[in-house]
Design a protein around this ligand. Structure first.
Ligand code: MF3
Ligand code: CO
Length: 257
């Protein structure tokens, strides 16, 4: 069942989403060569707990940390570590989820560490653009597959590929709710979007081939061909008008660098 949220619930989801956006803005300002992914994880956990919220990922199916920090060929679910030191030229995806007063927010960005290759910059730009193209399809009467179609159309035009094994999702009083939202496919299929639905839309895009594998840690998904990967995510509500991006950041993360 796909749940539609009341106005009061959407207000609560806005609060959770705003916090997640603030955490990502704060983390983005810390990203630079020499910082470890454990440093970023600690900062995120501190900030979430100080807000009276709960890290959504920690303990989820045994996941050991507050954020996912996925570097270069890591697609998603990179586990923060004091031994993972950011280097100039890396790209790092930061994924943050939190629940506040029982409602969840979930958002991710991929950032350059210092100057990066032209290919990396283009991958990040195309993937972020694909997220906003997908969000532009979020309206009552639209269909879930319109979202993935928009992502796929946009990134494949650059020669990039969409990851198939992981999907976006409904979100609300649980982090993962129905429906599943693939990032590829033909438009006009799947559940119809209706006012009050809240969706976590999260394109995962590889510079090379689409195939991924999960490392022996049981979490980290990497590209099979070793190519770079990017991931952007927002929690978005369907309204009668423009979609609401609940995890919108008041300060664009790139502007803080
Ligand atoms: N944003 C991711 C998702 O929607 C993060 C989940 S990490 C996990 O699935 F550890 F919590 F699974
Ligand atoms: Co998600």
């Amino acid at each position: 069942m796909i749940v539609c949220r009341s106005a009061a619930e959407l207000d609560l989801m806005r609060d959770a989403g705003r916090l997640v956006g603030e955490v990502l803005t704060e983390l983005a300002a810390l990203v630079r060569p020499g910082v470890t992914t454990a440093d970023l994880d600690e900062a995120a956990e501190r900030r979430i707990l100080a807000a009276g919220a709960v890290p959504a990922f920690k303990g989820y199916h045994g996941y050991p940390a507050t954020i996912c920090a996925s570097i270069n060929d890591e697609v998603i679910h990179g586990i923060p570590s004091g031994r993972r030191v950011l280097q100039a030229g890396d790209v790092i995806s930061l994924d943050v989820g939190a629940s506040l007063d029982g409602y969840f927010g979930d958002s991710a960005v991929t950032l350059p560490v210092g100057p990066v290759s032209e290919e990396a910059a283009s991958l990040l730009r195309a993937t972020e653009e694909s997220l906003y193209k997908a969000i532009a399809c979020v309206r009552p009467g639209g269909r879930v597959s319109d979202i993935g179609h928009a992502v796929q159309q946009h990134v494949e035009a650059f020669g990039f590929s969409v990851v198939r094994e992981f999907v976006g999702h409904g979100i609300g009083q649980r982090m993962h709710e129905e429906p599943q939202i693939p990032n590829y496919g033909e438009p006009g299929h799947g559940p119809r979007l209706t006012e009050g639905m809240v969706l976590a839309i999260e394109p995962m895009v590889n510079a090379g081939k689409a195939a991924v594998k999960v490392l022996a840690d049981g979490w980290t998904a990497v590209t099979r061909d070793g190519s770079l990967s990017a991931h952007f995510e927002h929690t978005v509500a369907v309204t009668s008008g423009e979609p609401w991006i609940l995890t919108a950041r008041t300060v664009p993360v790139a502007a803080k660098k």
